[in-house]
Design a protein around this ligand. Structure first.
Ligand SMILES: Nc1ncnc2c1ncn2[C@@H]1O[C@H](COP(=O)(O)OP(=O)(O)OP(=O)(O)O)[C@@H](O)[C@H]1O
Ligand SMILES: [Mg+2]
Length: 491
């Protein structure tokens, strides 16, 4: 048996004349964890869609699976050949149980003849045993955490004869403990001889889990490398062709003007006794695991989660923020964590998505849209955030994941908020773009905007914030000034 499970040669893909992939070669060996990295829009997801047969590669592309060369390559071939994809948002059925979700592929495989409940539970238990996890088979999947849903998706794909599992940014919304759990499962599968294609913008994860890495840049393959021969800076350099050195944000707190003060707010089952002040020009960090209450506090400031107790003052005046519209009037902007769901209209153009909330300010005296002003705003932010598109008239859905996220940021930046809450603004964004976004955040802060930055990444918080609050089980358990803390670490 040949050692290579998947061999792709000369793979290209164009969308309406734009080349998303140019003559890419990729070989995935049996039993290896192969990393795929590249900046936003470099072609990773497109390549995955070709491997899984959802998209057809252009002519002259060669694809060989398990030693067999395909003339016509589509989803029928790929499932037969044991190629399966698990997305960031695993497609589980929330109204079905754990056992039903896991046995789903098997049920389909057997046709609709006869569903034996005992058999379903047996299939599910066997799959869970295989990856050493234990979930109650009768639980409805909709009630489980995203990490558990992902494990269920993995169980489902291993019930059929899987040989290659592709994971497209599986860890974006997982906590670090959950990532460890996922990695343990990945290692079990590898030991059984399966192959994994692992995509992530978290370079440290790629360094930790993969055996080899393929780097894409602008749709072209830069190279395939043994992971042990690479380090963080080398990978980011290969991806972007740029050296990235992050500096720290220096906060100048001379005028001490308080923009917002939160006094002892509490909400049952959400958070308790939260107090903090946000100054003009400050970048205040909030860290804490998912479920620590950090997003609930952010939603409160944005009028989407009214507290039971406590007080919020803006410009020293007490306010009750009952809806996002009121929050916006008070000068608050909020980039939610789940941007794809909450932030964008997929069937609209990039440009319209950006200006949708400021249409009023773009009207001229005749109450018609001032197109020049609109175009200028759109061009300014497309350029500033380096959104990779052929034209801002393209539909948002044609952008890569990371570029869609930039559109959401732009949508709020055009409103020029006084207080800007960012919930994990760089999740899913490549390293070079992350650096750009940090620069923009600092520039906004320098202009006097107060920023609340919620993040999972310690580096991101330390580099950008002057103060960091850590939340745990709904309370602030740590509050420190970054400068002092760093000094402490150094001494
Ligand atoms: N259906 C489509 N129509 C037009 N262009 C598309 C379509 N799908 C992808 N593209 C373009 O192909 C290029 C590669 O996109 P792809 O989604 O593969 O990037 P990616 O590497 O996965 O990026 P990210 O890290 O942001 O997820 C992008 O420029 C994107 O705009
Ligand atoms: Mg992608």
């Amino acid at each position: 048996m040949k050692n290579d499970f998947l061999v792709m040669r000369n793979v290209s893909k164009s969308f309406y004349g734009v080349k998303a992939l140019k003559n890419v070669d990729l070989t995935i060996r049996r039993g290896e964890i192969h990393g795929l990295v590249g900046e936003n829009g470099s072609g990773k997801s497109t390549l995955v869609k070709i491997i899984s047969g959802i998209l057809q590669a252009d002519e002259n592309s060669v694809i060989e699976v398990d030693g067999f060369r395909y003339q016509k390559y589509n989803t029928n071939n790929t499932i037969q050949k044991g190629i399966q994809v698990i997305y960031q948002d695993p497609s589980i059925f929330p109204n079905l149980t754990v056992a039903e979700n896991i046995a789903f592929n098997k049920i389909i495989e057997k046709g609709t003849k006869f569903i034996n409940w005992k058999e379903i539970t047996r299939i599910a238990k066997k799959a869970m045993d295989r990856i050493k996890i234990e979930l109650y088979p009768d639980t409805l999947v909709g009630d489980l955490s995203l990490a558990n849903q992902m494990l269920i998706a993995i169980c489902r794909v291993i019930t059929t004869n899987s040989k290659l599992i592709i994971m497209d940014e599986p860890t974006s919304a997982l906590t670090s403990n959950e990532v460890d759990l996922l990695f343990r499962v990945i290692r079990i599968l590898i030991a059984e001889g399966l192959s994994i294609l692992f995509i992530s913008h978290k370079i440290n994860e790629v360094l930790e889990i993969t055996d080899r890495v393929t780097v894409l840049r602008d749709g072209e393959k830069v190279g395939t490398y043994e992971t042990k021969d690479l380090n963080y800076n080398e990978i980011t350099y290969l991806m972007s062709n740029k050296k990235i050195t992050e500096s720290r944000y220096i906060f100048n707190n001379e005028d001490k003007e308080v923009l917002i003060e939160v006094k002892n707010i509490s909400k049952k089952d959400n958070y308790k006794d939260i107090c903090f002040k946000l100054y003009k020009g400050e970048i205040l960090g909030i860290s804490g695991l998912l479920g620590s209450g950090r997003t609930e506090v952010a939603l409160t400031l944005f009028g989407m989660n009214i507290p039971d107790k406590g007080e919020i003052l803006i410009d020293n005046k007490p306010v009750i923020i009952k809806s996002p519209i009121e929050a916006i009037k008070l000068g608050i902007g909020y980039v939610p964590e789940d941007r794809i769901l909450q932030g964008l209209i997929m069937e609209e153009s990039i440009g319209n998505n950006m200006v949708i909330t400021i249409l009023n300010s773009l009207l001229n005296r005749l109450k018609l849209i001032n197109n020049r002003k609109k175009e200028n705003t759109i061009n300014y932010w497309t350029d500033k955030l380096k959104i990779k598109c052929t034209s801002s008239d393209d539909l948002v859905k044609t952008l890569s994941g990371g570029n869609q996220q930039r559109v959401v940021l732009a949508k709020w930046l055009v409103k020029e908020p006084k207080i800007f809450i960012l919930d994990c603004p760089t999740a899913g964004i490549d390293v070079a773009a992350k650096d750009e976004i940090h620069k923009i955040i600092r520039k906004l802060a320098n202009q006097g905007i107060g920023i609340i930055l919620i993040s999972d990444e310690e580096e991101e918080l330390l580099n950008n914030c002057n103060r960091i609050l850590t939340m745990h089980k709904g309370r602030i358990v740590k509050d420190f000034i970054v400068k002092d803390d760093i000094k402490k670490r150094i001494n």
